[in-house]
Ligand binder design. Structure first.
Ligand SMILES: C[S@@+](CC[C@H](N)C(=O)[O-])C[C@H]1O[C@@H](n2cnc3c(N)ncnc32)[C@H](O)[C@@H]1O
Length: 649
């Protein structure tokens, strides 16, 4: 074992607390009157003992399981599980809160950093705010303590539990319904605690797992610990403890976030083979399996849930490292080469095709065009245009070397902004890669507008078009980051209003809230808008440049079907580009090939989370806006949720 998990205090403390508190806390007016009148000597003594404790008493030595701070390294401690911070009895609530503060003060004194607290109860839901207030107070009482709420993954009625979990009978009584009750408690609680990053979850898997569809929401939550008792294991053919297929699948997903697994009851000999270590060995085996990564996951490891400012390659000049990152992409250049190849194959065999690669960077698309020409057996005249002086220099060095060796004089290099590039001859094909995670967010439309005047009337642009997509997501971790900049990764959240700007991010701990279908038969991930190139309807001046940028403003009104309750923290944005004919680039989560490295999705956060009831509709508006300066482009977004009520006859 790596750590030991034990309760901080023992039964002696429970016995004294109950003696001191429950009697006075539940005393009726009549009892109190009797005590006040001195009728019961014993009652009076208890009142004094209780008041003494409330005035600031602590533990007795015999009441705690840990007494020295040397023992506290590698410990996870449990607060007393009988503390009822949400008791319907007011006096018990207040005394439980005092007891909790005492346990936290003692844990802090011992330098313990994590304490696990018993969860609020479903039947005491109306006292959830009392519970949350006590937790908030506890968080404020010690700045280094982390509180983990030990929350059952689902609650079942006694009738449901009499049917054996995992059997058809259990499925029949529990039904197909979404078991979201305990998540609802958690969602209200963490909202009342302001999404404190020090408030996390110990997901208790003692109860049977609910159906698959109820489980996805936990992927968006800060599950730091998993509580796994020996009773959740089943024996395999050789009597070793193993977990059911559905539990394995659930844990495989959750283990990606590296929670600490707390095993309990392993010495009870519930399973006859393997001994008490068999449970830990099996969990380690599952843990290892869940960390076997495909190449793209391996590449993305350091970027998981890391908020990045979107690149602005028009305004800023990119770093060498950024180009190096792009150039590792195994798919992008292959697709571009294929698109150019197909376009060349559609050209007359004996023609010479003029190609401009605009925004050529360090030249990988130039190389792709040359390969395509070779494959297609077509002659080309190739010009590469780049405005980043450093990338241009690299290209010159690279191309000079390469042209001496392999490319001859086929490639002409031009150092220029493409919008002020005035070649003598017009192009048959313009190739560019100015795409951002949302397609148009790195200003590809504005740049290409400025260079389309160098394209022949029947010329083509690669890409021919690109489309932006959006989907609502839950991601408590990223919400905490954009609303508590103190916890955000230092390099990223810089804006004065961090919850009002988009970020590029490889989502990991998130859950997509929408599904296909619903009343309107909508898609899970929905299309916002498309840009086509070239675009003959744009009004241009005598230089061939657009008068304004208004034709690049866009708006979309989307309506998502939300089948299960959840909380929306923002939107994930994706794009798809048609390079040529049916040659595509896509990061659409339902259609992407999967190992493209150049683009992570984009995140449009919401400053205030929006609670979405089951079977609701989420209306989202998003705008791409521009002003008369022709320089500024920005996004705005808004969301409202609706429950559709059926009209009574
Ligand atoms: C996303 S990078 C792609 C680089 C390269 N084609 C590749 O695929 O690795 C976009 C490139 O376009 C260049 N760029 C952006 N706007 C430009 C403009 N208006 N004129 C010329 N180059 C531009 C940037 O400097 C950057 O090198």
């Amino acid at each position: 074992y790596d750590l030991v998990a034990i309760p901080l205090a023992n039964a002696n403390w429970q016995e004294r607390w109950e003696r001191m508190c429950t009697i006075t806390a539940s005393a009726t007016e009549a009892d109190l009157g009797a005590v006040a009148a001195g009728l019961t000597q014993q009652g009076e003594e208890q009142r004094i003992e209780s008041e003494d404790w409330r005035a600031g008493g602590g533990f007795l030595r015999t009441e705690v399981n840990i007494t020295r701070s040397e023992e506290s390294g590698n410990l996870i401690t449990f607060a007393s599980d009988w503390l009822e911070l949400d008791s319907p009895v007011e006096g018990i609530r207040f005394d439980a809160e005092l007891a909790l503060r005492q346990e936290i003060a003692y844990a802090s004194y011992l330098s313990i950093t994590t304490i696990v607290i018993p969860p609020p109860k479903l039947e005491n839901r109306e006292y959830l705010a009392d519970y949350a207030r006590a937790i908030n107070g506890a968080l404020a009482s010690s700045w280094h303590i982390n509180i983990s709420i030990r929350l059952p993954i689902a609650e079942y009625s006694p009738a449901e539990l009499t049917a054996r979990p995992g059997t058809p009978a259990f499925a029949a009584v529990t039904g197909d319904s979404d078991r979201c009750e305990t998540w609802e408690l958690w969602n209200t609680l963490r909202g009342l605690c302001g999404y404190s990053p020090r408030l996390t979850l110990m997901l208790d898997l003692s109860n049977p797992l609910p159906n698959q569809r109820s489980l996805g929401r936990w992927h968006a939550e800060p599950v730091r610990h998993i509580f796994l008792p020996c009773t959740s294991f089943i024996p395999n053919a050789k009597a070793y403890p193993v977990l059911s297929k559905s539990m394995q699948a659930f844990l495989k997903g959750i283990f990606r976030f590296r929670p600490t697994v707390v095993l309990s009851g392993t010495h009870r000999n519930l399973h006859s083979a393997g001994g008490h270590l068999a449970y830990a060995q099996y969990v380690r085996f599952l843990y290892r399996k869940s960390h076997e990564l495909v190449p793209v996951e391996e590449y993305a490891q350091g970027y998981m849930d890391h908020l990045q400012q979107p690149l602005q390659p028009l305004m800023d000049n990119l770093e060498g490292e950024t180009y190096e990152g792009f150039e590792k992409d195994p798919i992008k250049y292959r697709q571009y080469e294929e698109a150019v190849f197909r376009a060349l194959m559609d050209r007359p065999q004996d023609s010479v095709t003029t190609i401009y690669v605009v925004g050529a960077g360090r030249g990988p698309l130039v190389a792709g065009c040359l390969r395509a020409a070779e494959r297609a057996q077509r002659r080309i005249s190739l010009t590469a245009v780049e405005k980043n002086p450093s990338a241009y220099v690299m290209q010159v060095i690279d191309l000079q070397e390469r042209s001496a060796l392999e490319w001859g004089s086929q490639v002409k290099l031009v150092y220029s902004d493409m919008r002020s590039f005035y070649p003598r001859e017009k192009a048959d094909i313009i190739v560019s890669e100015l795409l951002g995670s949302f397609g148009d967010n790195e200003l590809s439309p504005e740049c290409l507008d400025g260079v389309m005047r160098t394209l022949k009337p029947d010329g083509i642009s690669i890409p021919a078009s690109y489309t932006s997509y959006l989907a609502p997501i839950s991601t408590s971790r990223l919400h905490s980051e954009v609303t508590n900049p103190a916890v955000a990764s230092a390099s990223t959240v810089v804006d004065a209003k961090p919850a009002e700007q988009p970020y590029v991010v490889m989502f990991s701990q998130f859950h997509m809230l929408s599904e296909a279908g619903g009343r309107l038969g909508v898609d899970k991930v929905q299309e916002c808008w498309t840009f086509d190139h070239p675009r003959p309807d744009v009004v241009v001046d005598d230089q061939g440049l657009p008068f304004t940028n208004h034709h690049n403003a866009r708006s979309a009104h989307l309506s998502f079907h939300i089948p299960r309750a959840g909380v929306c923290h923002g939107f994930a944005g994706y794009f798809e580009a048609v390079l040529y004919a049916d040659v595509m680039l896509s990061i659409h989560p339902e259609r992407a090939a999967g190992d493209m490295l150049s683009w992570f999705p984009i995140f449009f956060p919401l400053a205030e989370p929006v609670y979405l009831p089951a079977n609701s509709e989420l209306d989202v508006q998003i705008w791409r806006l521009t002003d008369n300066t022709k320089r500024r482009v920005w996004f705005e977004w808004a969301a409202q949720t609706y429950l559709v009520a059926s009209a009574s006859p």
